[in-house]
Design a protein around this ligand. Structure first.
Ligand code: HEC
Ligand code: HEC
Length: 212
């Protein structure tokens, strides 16, 4: 049987397009986008997308590509105020965002043990994470963010592996109304119900899960 040459040419072009796509994501991550304002991600998000605890820069490796695309769109639109990331997100094209989030999503997610028990009754962070504060209508974080905060699907991001400073910063942003990009105010409701001490404790709880 003879395969029409037009079909072959089409398949060749598709393979080429996929290769270019994959190569671009890596290049954007390590060298930046076509617009010089789209700085290289590696500088802040780490050599392997692991984030940088000291700067409060989030881990990106293993997050859902759709979640990251949504965040970059929300940061561009201002639904999520992020002064450092905003000019960068605005300088990336939709194509570049698709390529770079795809390679990041394919990197390994953080490795965490499965924790289901509160070992010490006075561990405020573990209590909130695993039991919630139902007297104040605050569900346990793991009910949405998955066991040990490993994340669920495209809507609920991983908390395990994120720096404590980053988690606390996001909770404060919801309390102050500078991040208002969550469906049905799910996180706004949770964050506004927490005290400062609880924000600190639960942030450290999830950050420390991935420490050996
Ligand atoms: C100058 C440092 C810096 C650079 C460079 C940088 N980022 Fe960021 N990024 C941040 C900070 C800070 C945040 C957290 C913003 C906030 O406070 O909400 C962030 C957040 C993000 C988030 C949201 C993560 C989440 O868990 O919600 C994504 C996605 C992201 N960056 C992707 C990228 C990509 C892709 C690049 C490269 C094109 C990049 N960043 C370059 C500093 C940087
Ligand atoms: C009812 C479901 C629900 C519960 C319970 C919940 N969250 Fe969330 N959380 C979400 C959703 C949805 C998002 C993503 C919002 C968006 O699209 O940006 C989110 C995002 C986050 C983020 C941002 C992560 C990032 O990468 O930027 C943090 C931090 C967070 N939640 C912390 C917590 C903590 C701590 C608790 C427990 C005290 C908790 N959440 C409980 C639904 C929930």
């Amino acid at each position: 049987m003879k395969i029409p040459s037009r079909a072959l040419a089409g398949a060749g072009a598709l393979i080429l397009a996929l290769q270019v796509h994959a190569a671009d994501g890596q290049k954007i991550y390590s060298q930046g986008g076509a617009n010089p304002a789209a700085l290289a991600c590696v500088t802040c998000h780490g050599a392997n997308g692991e984030g940088m605890a000291a700067g409060g820069f989030p881990r990106l490796a293993g997050l859902s590509a759709a979640y990251m695309r949504k965040q970059l769109e929300d940061i561009r639109s201002g639904a999520r105020s992020a002064p450092v990331m905003q000019p960068l997100a605005a300088a990336l094209t939709d194509e570049e965002i698709a390529a770079v989030t795809e390679i990041l999503a394919a990197l390994p997610a953080v490795d965490v043990p499965l924790v289901t028990r509160v070992e010490k009754a006075d561990d405020l962070g573990a209590q909130l994470a695993l039991r919630g504060a139902w007297a104040r209508n605050i569900p346990e974080c793991v009910s949405c963010h998955g066991p040990s905060g490993i994340g669920v699907g495209d809507a609920f991001p991983a908390l395990a592996g994120q720096p404590a400073q980053y988690i606390a910063g996001q909770l404060q942003a919801w309390r102050q109304g500078t991040r208002k990009n969550d469906p049905n105010d799910l996180m706004g409701h949770v964050a506004r119900g927490l005290t400062d001490a609880e924000v600190q404790a639960v942030s450290e709880y999830f950050a420390n899960l991935s420490q050996p």
